[in-house]
Ligand binder design. Structure first.
Ligand SMILES: Nc1nc2c(ncn2[C@@H]2O[C@H](COP(=O)(O)OP(=O)(O)OP(=O)(O)O)[C@@H](O)[C@H]2O)c(=O)[nH]1
Length: 304
């Protein structure tokens, strides 16, 4: 029942992506053979669905190898569905909670990507799972960032550690770790600045937070999630490539999938950036963040 509701929500959130993906699905209803023209069309449609050059080439190649000159039918469709699903499978799904001490999740991403909203949604989700959640407002670069995060935390009912604008983000991280340890929090979510004056500046700041957190809590940060705006499609991938040169990330939160037809970028992200999508944002409300599940995602694209 609950699963059904979540699936319906994912399907609704992916409406626009589903519409472009119907171009792929229509190919399997036609009465024809797997020939050069079919493979070219498959390539075009996957590409149009933002699946990305590399992922598209891999699928088309495998269809050619397995089905050339055979009739197009359910088996080819199932094969493509399987290929897409397998591309997304990742053994490290979700957040890895440590056994003792707080689990630290650092959140990075450029301003406007949906970083603040995603932190709020994640905090809300973890709280509903029974976790004691603390948020560290380390984006001290912009006053609005701290204010916005405070409003969200109040609304959700989770605690926040903050200092005034312009203070050292690493100091905020330090305080937050102390508090998380002293008061038995299960999870500490650390917000970070989205953009500073230069890339080097940003890198130094993120590294410093990383170091401070690691000194306070062994193994921390346990996860580093990069928030990407799903409406950017292939540009989000370029951004991810750029960002991961600066910070070592463990996963992606892909936002705003409800507002875009470019949800196929999920495949390209995994292929090109090598990072799993951990959560997807499918709306602006607190409960509009879903753990990314390859089965449901691909099923949502393939099922009526
Ligand atoms: N439709 C939709 N909108 C979203 C989603 N996630 C975030 N948004 C909206 O995107 C806008 C930017 O989100 P923020 O969370 O403020 O983004 P940010 O990265 O923190 O950016 P700054 O506030 O500029 O630092 C807001 O209007 C959010 O409501 C989503 O999954 N779906």
């Amino acid at each position: 029942m609950v699963l059904g509701r979540i699936f319906t929500k994912i399907k609704q959130g992916l409406t626009k992506t589903r519409n472009v993906f119907s171009g792929v699905l229509d190919l399997f209803t036609s009465n024809r053979r797997v020939d050069k023209a079919f493979l070219t069309q498959l390539e075009e449609q996957l590409y149009l669905a933002d699946v990305g050059v590399q992922a598209t080439a891999q699928i088309v190649d495998r269809v050619r190898q397995g089905f050339l000159d055979r009739e197009v039918g359910e088996d080819v469709k199932l094969f493509v569905r399987q290929q897409l699903r397998e591309m997304l499978i990742d053994p490290s799904a979700g957040i890895h909670h440590v056994e003792t001490g707080p689990t630290v999740v650092m959140i990075a991403g450029v301003n406007g990507s949906g970083k603040t909203t995603s932190i709020a949604k994640l905090a809300n989700r973890l709280k509903l799972d029974g976790k004691k959640v603390l948020v560290a407002a380390c984006d001290t670069f912009r006053a609005a960032a701290v204010e916005q995060l405070t409003v969200w935390c109040d609304r959700i009912g989770v605690d926040i550690v903050k200092q005034q604008q312009g203070s050292d983000p690493a100091a905020v991280a330090h305080d937050a770790c102390e508090r998380a340890k002293a008061r038995g929090y299960d999870i500490l979510i650390v917000d970070t600045a989205g953009r500073l004056h230069t890339q080097t500046h940003l890198m130094r700041e993120l590294e410093k937070i990383h170091r401070v957190v690691g000194k306070q809590i062994p193994g921390a940060p346990h996860e580093v999630f990069l928030v990407l705006d799903g409406t950017n499609g292939q540009n989000a991938i370029a951004q991810a490539e750029q960002f991961t040169k600066t910070v070592k990330c463990t996963g992606i939160i892909l936002t705003k999938l409800d507002g875009t037809a470019k949800g196929g970028a999920v495949f390209a992200i995994k292929q090109k950036v090598g990072l799993p999508v951990k959560y997807i944002g499918v709306g602006e409300q607190m409960d509009d963040l879903e753990p990314f599940d390859p089965d449901s995602f691909v099923a949502a694209l393939f099922e009526k």
